[in-house]
Design a protein around this ligand. Structure first.
Ligand SMILES: Cc1ncc(COP(=O)(O)O)c(C=O)c1O
Length: 298
């Protein structure tokens, strides 16, 4: 099983909130925070393994780019933020988990124009994550296609996720795991993951941009594919071609790689995890080991 464990009963969760560490249950954000009123903010999810953050620099750089795209400035430097995140991971005493971080434009009288001199709201907390399936294991995912109703700036990791939430729930309520957004007949990404199709030994993934988030797991995989000499094409496949793939998998920070067994009711390949997906997942875990092994624990 993968996914965020239910910690709703945990009373000792900590949050870093505007510079202070406090119990999550005691942190308060005003009703007129623009994140709450307008979804005027961005976020990140960082995985840590054995208490050490993986690809923290890449995630914080994406955070900075997302913030820049909506004219929002990080109230602290990336170096300072990275240090504070490492400290909170250590204080949390969680070994396998994720950091959820959110930055909003802050609290001011509700009105559309950007307020002057408002302090952005920044917080992050740690949650345990159940380990993803080992390479090739598990039942594989069942995914369904949905029309892409999102805006055209999906390269921003925005907290405005209602179309993603609706798509995910459509999939779950019909007994599937993920929803795949289809834009003009072509495969973009999933509600909370990137998607990859393998045909004749070539990996296809839609280019990042208006309809695709630059996933950090995707970025790591591109590096791995290059190192292993596996062709990687940034090309959006028409749905019918994608459904005829030999292998399909989806990626995210918390799920790593999940192989797809079924898509729109059709079995992918022979209904098992394909050899390239397995090889890529194994290489991904080696990459994790290499990076966290070289990091000094906070
Ligand atoms: C819409 C969407 N695409 C892709 C991803 C994968 O991104 P990452 O690998 O950085 O977690 C996510 C992760 O939450 C997502 O929400």
């Amino acid at each position: 099983m993968h996914g965020v464990l239910d910690m709703s009963t945990a009373s000792d969760e900590l949050v870093w909130f505007d510079g202070s560490v406090m119990p999550l249950s005691q942190a308060r954000i005003g009703l007129e925070d623009r994140g709450f009123n307008f979804a005027d903010g961005v976020y990140e999810v960082v995985r840590f393994y054995r208490g050490r953050a993986f690809t923290l620099r890449e995630h914080l750089e994406r955070l900075e780019r997302s913030a820049h795209e909506i004219f929002l400035h990080l109230p602290i430097s990336l170096e300072h933020l990275a240090d504070e995140i490492r400290k909170l991971i250590s204080l949390s005493h969680i070994e396998e988990g994720m950091v959820y971080l959110q930055l909003t434009r802050g609290q001011s009288k509700r009105q559309h124009p950007f307020p002057e001199a408002v302090k952005p709201t920044l917080f992050f907390f740690c949650r345990p994550v159940a380990p993803a399936w080992a390479p090739g294991e598990g039942e594989g995912c069942s995914i369904i296609s949905v029309e892409d109703e999102r805006w055209h700036r999906c390269y921003i990791k925005s907290i405005a996720l209602l179309p993603n939430v609706l798509a995910k729930n459509k999939a779950i309520s019909a007994g599937h795991d993920e929803a795949v957004f289809i834009h003009e007949g072509k495969v973009m990404e999933c509600s909370a993951s990137n998607i990859f199709c393998i045909r004749d030994g070539v990996i296809y993934s839609s280019p990042v941009g208006p309809k695709v988030l630059p996933g950090i797991t995707r970025l790591v995989l591109m590096r791995i594919a290059e190192r292993l000499g596996i062709s990687f094409r940034e090309e959006a496949l028409p749905l019918e071609e994608a459904l005829a793939s030999d292998e399909v998998f989806i990626t995210s920070t918390t799920r790593e790689l999940s192989w797809v067994r079924q898509w729109d009711g059709q079995t992918i390949g022979d209904g098992k995890c394909g050899p390239i997906t397995r090889q890529l997942h194994e290489a991904y875990l080696e990459e994790v080991e290499d990076e966290i092994g070289s990091v000094v624990a906070a």
